[in-house]
Design a protein around this ligand. Structure first.
Ligand code: F6P
Length: 547
């Protein structure tokens, strides 16, 4: 099968494995996890894989050996292997933007060679990493001075989407490893409150801004960047101060210099790095400043180990492939519309938000690579909160609501902050929740507890609610890289099965264009009549109330 030329692909629903899965679903969907476990005492280890320091237990899924066989067959028939090879070899698999998809090159060791348009991109990656490292060392050691010769104490990353969510998530995740005398803040929202609150207690003389934008044209980022420049210049007075207090991360050198940042203070990346796949490019400069170049490189090594696993491991032992196929199984056959991601680690509090862009901007597509409307479900909604907080909020719905919500539990065997028995109690909750979701509590069990008949229906847990449990020894830069790569390649697997382009994002354009038009209309005082009656009324109401 051709890899990037999807025109020749057999439609998904015509593939033999898909048809077989549809038939198989009719047989299996009423089976209960209680029975599946009762009939197979080894199920808990049979449906589990350990690779690259990640233990994945997927036994609490509504699958049998037959389901797995058919899902793996679906991966084969979908040409997953060829498509993985196409990505790793720099083929332009992002067909609508005519771009290669090479975030894997960002973590390739120096010895590797990856060619795009006749050029090996790996040396360039390492050249930028070396420049980032030298700069990070100077800032972290206090050698880099602001315009008034004070060392930098505060670092503010201005960016949005992939130029914000990865950096924030990684900073929070690796805070334990961060240089504590540096303050890190992240401004993304065009709402002036975001900038005002991030800067209100900071001294411009000690503050460094990283303007992170692949395009350097994004409205939110450029508006915040201009406000930052005004804020800094108000205190520092001289234009020459910009060179000491602003650096840029971008692919667009022309726009960077137009803004007034010396391109000597610019860290570049390439059009083959998608925004949501860029936290390990120069977009991760704030991460490197926080945790240091060595830890950043350890994170890259973690990414790379999962890249190699994804590229080489047989599908039945391939962590991202298994995760991706299970997501397809629920989205398309059980009609599950969402996936909950539940990290049991406070440091991963922004991980679900990060995954939302990664998964939904990638796989929220309704046409195939060849432009046909799909006749099956694609990317589900990803959401979540760290445990155990979620348990006291939305878990009720996962346990007893009417929606089927496959859930990913993520836990670590060792804590970074040993405090009494907190960690065992935390992990007890991981195991308990996954167990409760799978097995529930039967009417007989509830009755045996002496529950009155009228209360019984309320206290029964149906169970049969699927989950993955992902266990890792410890949260480190390396394991964070592994976790992110795991989800990146799971998204890739899903997108391949669905025959969609996981690497463009045309769906964000229309709103941007309309906001620009309406922005102009908000400037004047006149009544607006150019839209539909709802939009006109809302704009005019706002203008009147705003005054
Ligand atoms: O939301 C659309 C988007 O293009 C994302 O894909 C991207 O991560 C974000 O905007 C920011 O883009 P940039 O880095 O070019 O400012």
């Amino acid at each position: 099968m051709s890899t990037s030329s999807a025109a020749t692909q057999t439609p998904l629903t015509q593939l033999p494995a898909w048809k077989a899965l549809a038939t198989h679903y009719e047989k299996i969907h009423t089976e209960h996890l209680r029975d599946l476990f009762k009939n197979d005492p080894k199920r808990g280890t049979r449906f589990a894989v350990e690779a690259e320091g990640i233990y994945l237990d997927y036994s609490k899924h509504r699958i049998t050996e037959e389901t797995l066989k058919l899902l793996l067959q679906l991966a084969e028939e979908s040409g997953l292997k060829a498509r993985i090879d196409a990505m790793f070899s720099g083929e332009k698999i992002n067909t609508t933007e005519k771009r290669a998809v090479l975030h894997v090159a960002l973590r390739a060791p120096k010895s590797e060679k990856i060619v795009v348009d006749g050029e090996d991109v790996v040396p360039g990656v390492h050249e930028v990493l070396d420049r980032m490292s030298a700069f990070a060392d100077r800032v972290r050691s206090g050698e880099w001075l602001g315009y008034t010769d004070k060392p930098i104490k505060n670092i503010i990353n201005i960016g949005i989407g992939g130029s914000d969510l990865g950096p924030v998530m990684a900073y929070e995740a690796l805070r334990h490893y961060s240089q504590r005398d540096l303050v890190f803040r992240f401004v993304s929202n065009i709402d002036g409150t975001d900038f005002a609150e991030a800067t209100h207690d900071l001294d411009p003389e000690e503050t460094l801004f990283i303007i992170s934008s692949k395009t350097f044209t994004t409205l939110e980022t450029m508006t915040n960047a201009h406000s930052a420049r005004t804020w800094a210049l108000k205190a520092l007075k001289h234009q020459a101060a910009i060179a000491k207090h602003f650096v840029a991360v971008s692919t667009n050198a022309a726009e960077v210099s137009k803004f007034g940042i010396d391109t000597a203070n610019m860290f570049g990346f390439w059009d083959w790095v998608g925004g949501r796949y860029s936290m390990d490019s120069a977009i991760g400069l704030s991460t490197m400043l926080a945790v240091g170049p060595d830890n950043f490189r350890k994170m890259l090594a973690g990414f790379h180990s999962i890249d190699e696993h994804f590229r080489t491991a047989p599908f039945e032992k391939n962590l991202p492939v298994l995760l991706g196929l299970l997501t397809v199984w629920y989205a398309d056959f059980f009609g599950a519309q969402t996936v909950a991601v539940l990290p049991y680690d406070q440091y991963l509090k922004r991980f679900p938000a990060y995954l939302q862009q990664l998964t939904m901007e990638s796989n929220g597509k309704h046409v195939t690579l060849s432009g046909d409307h799909v006749n099956y479900e694609t990317g589900p909604i990803f959401w979540g909160e760290p445990g155990t907080n979620g348990q006291h909020s939305f878990y009720q719905l996962i346990h007893q609501g009417t929606h089927l919500i496959p859930s990913d539990f993520i836990g670590f065997s060792k804590t970074l902050n040993k405090l009494g028995d907190h960690h065992d109690l935390l992990m007890a909750n991981v195991f308990a929740q996954a167990e409760a979701l799978a097995f529930g509590k039967t009417a007989e069990e509830v009755k045996a507890e002496g529950t009155p008949a009228w209360l019984m229906p309320h206290r029964v847990f149906e169970g049969n609610r699927p989950s993955n449990t992902i266990l890792v020894e410890k949260l480190t830069p390396e394991t964070l890289g592994k976790l992110v790569a795991l989800y990146e390649h799971s998204v890739f697997t899903q997108g391949t099965i669905w025959q969609i382009n996981s690497f463009d994002q045309w769906g964000v354009e229309l709103g941007k264009v309309l906001a620009k038009k309406i922005g102009g209309e908000l400037e004047g005082a006149g009544e607006i009549t150019t839209h539909d009656s709802s939009t006109n009324t809302l704009i005019n109401f706002y203008k009147k109330q705003r005054g």
